[in-house]
Design a protein around this ligand. Structure first.
Ligand SMILES: Nc1nc2c(ncn2[C@@H]2O[C@H](COP(=O)(O)OP(=O)(O)O)[C@@H](O)[C@H]2O)c(=O)[nH]1
Ligand SMILES: [Mg+2]
Length: 207
C-alpha cells in the first residue's frame, strides 16, 4: 500500500493506473474501492504537502514549496483518493482554475495561525475557487491546520473569518481542526470527505 504513494512517474500515479499496478505486483484482485479525484489548494505554507506526505507515511524532511502541481495517490480503507496539490504561491494561484477539471471534491488547507492579511487572502482564494463552475457543486473539506500553534484561531473564528456559512449554503462540506502532530485528525478528516463523496454518488447535491 505504501507503494501507492511512492514517487512513480507522474502518469503511473494517476488513480486509473493504480489498479493495474496493484494487479501486476500483488496476487489476486484488489478489493473494490471507489477512486476519487480531489484538488487540494491553500496558500503556501498552509501544510498541504506535509499533511499528504503524512497520510502516505512519507518522510516530511526536505519538503520544498510545490511549484506547479503534484499528485499523490492516497489509499484509505474505503476509497482511494487521487489528490492533486496545486502550488499556493501568488504567481501560481492565478493558474489554479486550469487544473480544476475532472475534480470530484476539494480540500482547502489553512494555516489557522496566519496573519489577518494572509487569512483574508485565503478567504478570497477559497471563495473564488468554490464559486468556479467546475468546483461549485462539489463537496469540500476545509482543514484548519497548524492548530498546535498558540496563535491558532478556533474553528468558530475561522468559520466566521472565512465566511464559510454563506459560501457553503446548499453544499456538502466539513471544517476540521488539524495539525502535523495529530495524524489521526488528518486521517479522520479525509475519511469524512470520503463519506461525503460516497453519499454524493447516491444522491444529487442540493444547491
Ligand atoms: N507547527 C506546524 N507546522 C506545520 C503544520 N503543517 C505544516 N507545517 C509546517 O509548515 C511548513 C510548510 O508546510 P508545507 O507542507 O510545505 O506547506 P504547503 O506549501 O501548503 O505545501 C513546513 O515547515 C511544515 O513542517 C502544522 O500543523 N503545525
Ligand atoms: Mg506544497
Amino acid at each position: 500500500i505504501k507503494g501507492f504513494c511512492s514517487p512513480l512517474p507522474i502518469d503511473c500515479r494517476f488513480g486509473r493506473y493504480t489498479t493495474t499496478i496493484y494487479s501486476l505486483c500483488c496476487k489476486g484482485s484488489p478489493p473494490p474501492r471507489p477512486e476519487y479525484d480531489i484538488v487540494c489548494i491553500g496558500l503556501t505554507g498552509s501544510g498541504k504537502t506535509t499533511l499528504l506526505s503524512q497520510l502516505c507515511s512519507e518522510s516530511q524532511d526536505n519538503i520544498v514549496p510545490t511549484t506547479g502541481f503534484s499528485i499523490k495517490v492516497v489509499p484509505f480503507q474505503s476509497a482511494i483518493l487521487n489528490v492533486k496539490e496545486l502550488g499556493g504561491a501568488a504567481n501560481i494561484r492565478k493558474y489554479w482554475s486550469r487544473y480544476y477539471q475532472g475534480s470530484q471534491g476539494v480540500i482547502f488547507v489553512l494555516d489557522s495561525a496566519s496573519s489577518e492579511e494572509d487569512l483574508e487572502t485565503a478567504r478570497n482564494e477559497l471563495h473564488s475557487a468554490l464559486q468556479h463552475p467546475q468546483l461549485c457543486t462539489l463537496p469540500f473539506l476545509v482543514l484548519a491546520n497548524h492548530q498546535d500553534k498558540p496563535a491558532a484561531r478556533s474553528l468558530q473564528e475561522i468559520k466566521k473569518y472565512l465566511e464559510l456559512e454563506p459560501l457553503a449554503r446548499g453544499k456538502r462540506w466539513i471544517l476540521q481542526p488539524t495539525s502535523l502532530e495529530d495524524t489521526e485528525s488528518v486521517r479522520d478528516s479525509f475519511t469524512m470527505l470520503i463519506n461525503l463523496l460516497d453519499d454524493r454518488e447516491l444522491e444529487p447535491v442540493q444547491i
